[in-house]
Design a protein around this ligand. Structure first.
Ligand code: GLC
Length: 738
């Protein structure tokens, strides 16, 4: 039985009933009281022995991950496996957030459909789209026998060179929380537990295993932790994965402030905390700090902490048996709550056509049009078009590491074999959705040629003969290593683009990148589209966007800097690795986030630096105006109302955004937005409820959100630097629970 993937639009919470409670408290209001899952878990726990409970708090390698470990009896070949007691279904645990992983190609039929990167989904600013994508990968996991998906990456992209930014949702806590929370809700709608990861401050990769992210607690609550908090109340993840790094010098997986004080006391999180693979560094200290399950402990950690040592800790009184009860109960409670017990997976073929369409639609909404001089796009379907570079003749690139999907329709190593890298993460995998082939299908009357772009002279010749040149640029980013410090394209791609643009000013650049990159050729090209990692339907999506079958509607979830000098940390933390794993275990450093909660556009707001493209920015094939802003408040509910108008000649989608500035003059913060689809000439009045925590500072001393009394600036615009309209409103001030 497959859960219907229709979207049940959540009924708006009545403003009256729960008004005045913090959104988390509201969520708790619904979840704080013990529900049926808690009751069932408590009942089962009462019939379990201590040994039963101890057998639940560690998982073993599911096969294919650490050094190609064998698939254990009962396992399927994945990140981890838990043989459970007391009649519970085993936990079949797989990566990850962009689709079902097949580590080391361990499952012969392990190919799956890959979503575009998390940044593409975030660029849609469309929680329903995120939910649909989550439901798609959740259903694929379920159909291949899995009931835990290690998804829900919600670390903020504090640095635009972060190696795993492609798995996350950008620099803003509200956008991140709502989009990742929707993905988690989609996954769990398929009776598969989703994680929320990597908790917390795992914003960089190269030195993730040992670095300490040092940040003031109030600033952390207002930025990275707020993203996790909103994702948690939006998606209700069955599990949270604590991260490798240290936070203020204490490893995240044995950090009482993060795991107990914030997560389980303030946020009243009812689920369980699992470690990242190799992120457990102790037994009693971790258990007492709030870790509930050691992941793949048999080979990822230095010692068998929860598999063996914890039993001695309990026997010798270092860990009370009640803590082990709590650990096991949390795991069991999430199993009941997400439906693993009542709806176990039924192995069956994937619905590849439907799933690929879901991925394609995500990319169509998530690609961001950054430049379109003289309406060069959409392309003339009868034109002579030179397509150049990016392996566009065979597919689209994807990110590397534990989020890697073995794409349907291609040999397991993907369509294009790289230089034969054997160490982590192997060759870049291209999904066999060829933009060039799909452009031919989309415009059969066009005269399309393809040139690989490896010989600039030949590429220039092709561009010169064409009406339009479309250059595909790729950047491979992956887990465990941050992108180049200089934030530039490699393989001489900048020179290729510049030469093609000189030969033909009607040049379009399609970027398939994991991160923002510098664009030294920007003034000389006609159009630029950021396609991110485009996913299994990416070639089709890009072709439909370029020919205008569908109009782009993406808006940037992170700032594109004009130079690394503009960044809070111009030199990325970490060192140039020769061997990723070797380096990771020997780089012990403190990364002081002295920018605090002023991440991304907030930093640019403070420094008044002018980015290449601002947060929230995105063009389409029509134009819009936003005006008539007015703000009213009823108690603690603050509502912004305004009018959106399509002033162009084509239907299109706009994403007007509401930013607020607090009375103390700090930088603007995103407080709400709305996707609006309008026909040419159509206008609509829109109302957006402002997220109250964006009006507040976090008061560590009193452990509460504090909305100061005073005058607030409210901006309406289509990016973080667009002031289409602005008003000032006076609020009386109030406090909210943490
Ligand atoms: C990795 C990643 C984590 C992943 C896990 C299992 O190191 O950090 O995101 O889910 O291990 O592969």
């Amino acid at each position: 039985m497959m859960m219907a993937r229709k979207l049940v639009l959540l009924s708006a919470v009545t403003l009256g009933g729960l008004m005045g409670m913090s959104p988390m408290a509201q969520a708790r209001h619904r979840d704080g009281a013990a529900g049926p899952a808690d009751t069932r878990a408590q009942d089962l726990l009462s019939r379990m022995t201590l040994q039963d409970k101890l057998s639940m708090v560690f998982t073993i390698d599911g096969g294919g991950t650490m050094g190609n470990a064998p698939v254990p009896p009962g396992g399927l070949g994945s990140a981890a496996y838990l043989r459970t007691p007391a009649g519970l279904p085993p936990l079949q645990i797989s990566d990850a957030g962009l689709g079902l992983r097949n580590p080391s190609h361990v499952r012969p039929r392990g190919q799956a459909v890959g979503l575009p990167s998390g940044l593409a989904t975030a660029s849609t600013w469309d929680p329903d789209m995120a939910r649909q994508g989550g439901a798609m990968i959740g259903s694929e996991a379920w159909r291949q026998g899995f009931n835990v998906l290690l998804a829900g990456g919600a670390d903020l992209t504090r640095d635009p060179r972060g190696g795993r930014n492609f798995e996350y949702a950008g620099e803003d806590p509200l956008l991140t929380g709502r989009m990742v929370g929707a993905t988690i809700a989609g996954i769990q709608s398929q009776h598969v537990i989703s994680t929320l990861k990597h908790f917390a401050m795992n914003d960089l990769e190269t030195s993730r295993m040992t670095m300490s992210a040092d940040i003031d607690n109030a600033a952390m609550r207002e930025s990275d932790l707020l993203g996790f908090e909103i994702a948690m109340e939006t998606g209700h993840p069955g599990s949270v994965m604590c991260s490798y790094n240290r936070v203020n010098d204490i490893y995240a997986c044995e950090n009482p402030y993060l795991l107990t004080k914030v997560l389980k006391q303030d946020w009243k999180y009812p689920g369980f905390v699992m470690s990242d693979w190799g992120a457990t560094h102790s037994s009693a200290r971790s258990a007492l700090a709030g870790l509930d399950q050691e992941s793949s402990g048999d080979d990822a950690d230095a010692r068998p902490y929860f598999r063996e040592i914890l039993a001695r800790d309990v026997k010798e009184g270092r860990v009370p048996a009640s803590r082990v009860d709590d650990m096991a109960r949390r795991i069991i409670r999430s199993m009941y709550d997400v439906g693993l017990v009542d709806h176990p997976p039924v192995m069956q073929p994937l619905d590849v056509v439907t799933d690929t369409l879901a991925s394609q639609h995500d990319e169509e909404e998530g690609a961001v049009l950054l430049k379109n001089r003289a309406n060069l796009l959409p392309l003339d379907p009868n034109a002579r078009i030179a397509v150049i570079g990016g392996h566009a003749d065979v597919g689209v690139i994807s990110g590397g590491g534990s989020s890697q999907v073995d794409p349907i329709g291609a040999p397991p190593i993907g369509v294009v074999k790289g230089p034969g890298k054997k160490d982590w993460p192997g060759d870049p995998v291209y999904f066999p959705s060829s933009p060039f082939r799909m452009m031919q299908a989309e415009a059969p009357s066009a005269h399309l040629t393809y040139d690989p772009g490896t010989n600039i002279t030949r590429a220039v010749e092709a561009a010169r003969k064409a009406d339009v040149a479309v250059v595909f640029a790729t950047q491979f980013t992956y887990e465990g290593m941050d992108a180049a410090n200089a934030m530039t394209l490699d393989d001489n791609q900048d020179a290729l683009i510049a030469a093609v643009a000189r030969a033909n000013p009607r040049t379009v650049v399609v970027m398939e990148t994991g991160d923002p990159v510098l664009m030294p050729w920007l003034d000389n090209v006609g159009a630029v589209m950021e396609a991110w990692f485009p996913g299994s339907g990416g070639g089709t999506a890009i072709a439909r966007l370029l020919f205008g079958r569908v109009a782009p509607s993406g808006h940037l979830p992170m700032t594109f800097p004009a130079s690394t000098a503009q960044l809070a940390h111009p030199d990325i933390a970490g060192v140039t690795a020769t061997n990723v794993f070797e380096m990771q275990f020997h780089t012990d450093q403190e990364l002081v986030y002295d920018e605090g909660s002023e991440v991304g556009y907030r930093w640019f707001d403070r420094t008044h630096a002018r980015p290449l493209f601002p947060f929230g920015y995105g063009l389409t094939y029509t134009t819009f105006s936003n005006d008539g802003l007015r703000v009213r408040h009823h108690g603690h509910d603050v509502i912004a109302t305004f009018t959106v108008r399509n002033t162009g000649t084509r239907a299109g989608v706009d994403v007007p955004q509401i930013y607020v500035g607090l009375p103390d003059g700090g930088g603007r913060r995103l407080a709400g937005w709305q996707r609006v689809t309008l026909a040419p000439g159509e206008s609509r009045e829109v109302s957006v409820r402002l997220e109250p925590r964006m009006l507040a500072h976090f008061d560590v001393k009193h452990n509460r959100w504090d909305v100061p009394s005073g005058h607030y600036r409210v901006w309406l615009g289509s990016s973080a630097t667009d002031d289409s309209d602005q008003v000032t409103v006076h609020l009386g001030g109030w406090t909210m629970a943490p």
